[in-house]
Write a protein that binds this ligand. Sequence first.
Ligand code: SAM
Length: 190
Amino acid sequence: MQIVILIALSVFIGVVVLISFVLCGILFLNIFTNRKDPPFVPVSKDILADIIKSLKIKSGDTVYDIGCGDARVLLACCKKHPDANYIGIEKNIYPYLVSLSRVWISGKSNSIRIKKRDFFFEDVSQAAGIFAYLYQHTMDDLLPKFEKELSKGTRLVSCDFAFTNKEPGEVVELNRLSKSLCKKLYIYEF
Ligand SMILES: C[S@@+](CC[C@H](N)C(=O)[O-])C[C@H]1O[C@@H](n2cnc3c(N)ncnc32)[C@H](O)[C@@H]1O
């Protein structure tokens, strides 16, 4: 009888700790992040194949996810194209720790590097491909940096948010996913 109570108590404490961890993470993000910054909302897993196809990754390429969240895009790209290098930039501690753990658990630490920093201060001149799922005003603020740093031919794939002052080379419609937020991929070549 005592052992049952002990097990039940341990399970209860475990659940409380887990819920507290998740709530603290959400609270931390809400209090300490700039409200104009794009929040941690990962892309739907259903569109990962479309993103990989749009990036046209080649062997030896360096591919960025700016604001990499839980690193799902980089992990999926690395699974399909293990001979490229991947860099995730993440400013917020909670998604940063999640992405770091996921990369470590996947055993892909040699190919995927996660940096805790603001992407406005990251030199992306070595990028052959960039993925972004941000906000329209963030994309617009980033455009002068991209135009200055990116070499000719670099592909940039943005989920749902297009630049105001740059025409995409291609737009992939993702409307088949009725419940998902991700409706379009805007593909740019610099
Ligand atoms: C909409 S989520 C996209 C996550 C991931 N790219 C995906 O598609 O699953 C945007 C991410 O950008 C991060 N972020 C927002 N502003 C940032 C900044 N200035 N520098 C680095 N990361 C930023 C947020 O913390 C969040 O994880």
